[in-house]
Ligand binder design. Structure first.
Ligand SMILES: C[S@@+](CC[C@H](N)C(=O)[O-])C[C@H]1O[C@@H](n2cnc3c(N)ncnc32)[C@H](O)[C@@H]1O
Length: 191
């Protein structure tokens, strides 16, 4: 199958922006740790002068991510938190430059454990408070699973009304793909 260079997957598109915005020494959050790919990705950018807080509600996610960060020797500055991202303010007390959400379920695990509209929105509201000027919240959304479309609509309804004097909200989608392609929303706090 033919492949593009930058736009095959929403997570690749996301990295075009994150690579530019997140810097060595930054404090960042992975709000949906899963198998830890995003946590490792962020940790490699911020390096050991930075800090990564990573959240998930499943033990499996913690185990799988812990293995990866130990192998890559990133554990000194990565904190894995077994709790919902809606409680982000209990753990993160400083301003951050980036908060990543990759919504939905953990691939290859129980598909009943999915992110939910209410808690996702609560986490996004708290994330807006924690974000430093010119920082970014990135939200990858999937609509193919049960509840996914409701969550997407709930999140969009809220973000579409954010005051443009304070935030830029960009919504991206693959307009020529079939079968519920994922979507990406980026929120930048104005400086
Ligand atoms: C699509 S996966 C994330 C993939 C991950 N970013 C990676 O790199 O592998 C979504 C994750 O969100 C987690 N999740 C569900 N509800 C959550 C909540 N309230 N707070 C934090 N994580 C949650 C799920 O357990 C699942 O692991």
């Amino acid at each position: 199958m033919l492949k593009g260079k930058y736009l095959n997957r929403i997570t690749e598109v996301n990295k075009i922006f994150i690579d530019k915005i997140v810097k060595d020494g930054d404090t960042v959050v992975d709000a949906t740790m899963g198998n830890g790919y995003d946590t490792v990705y962020l940790a490699k950018i911020v390096g050991n002068n930075g800090k990564v807080y990573s959240f998930d509600v499943q033990e499996e996610a913690i185990k799988s991510t812990r293995k990866k960060i130990e192998k890559e020797e990133l554990n000194d500055f990565v904190t894995l938190i077994l709790d919902g991202h809606q409680n982000i303010d209990k753990y993160v007390k400083e301003e951050v430059s980036c908060i990543l959400f990759n919504l939905g379920y953990l691939p290859r695990a129980k598909h009943q454990v999915i992110t939910k509209p209410n808690t996702t929105l609560m986490a996004i509201e708290k994330s807006l408070e924690l974000l430093k000027p010119n920082g970014i919240i990135s939200i990858a959304m999937y609509t193919g699973h049960e509840g996914g479309m409701d969550e997407r609509n709930y999140v969009c309804e809220y973000l579409n009304k954010l005051d443009q004097n304070y935030y830029n909200v960009l919504h991206m989608e693959f307009t020529n793909q079939i079968n519920n392609p994922p979507e990406l929303i980026l929120v930048e706090k104005k400086g």
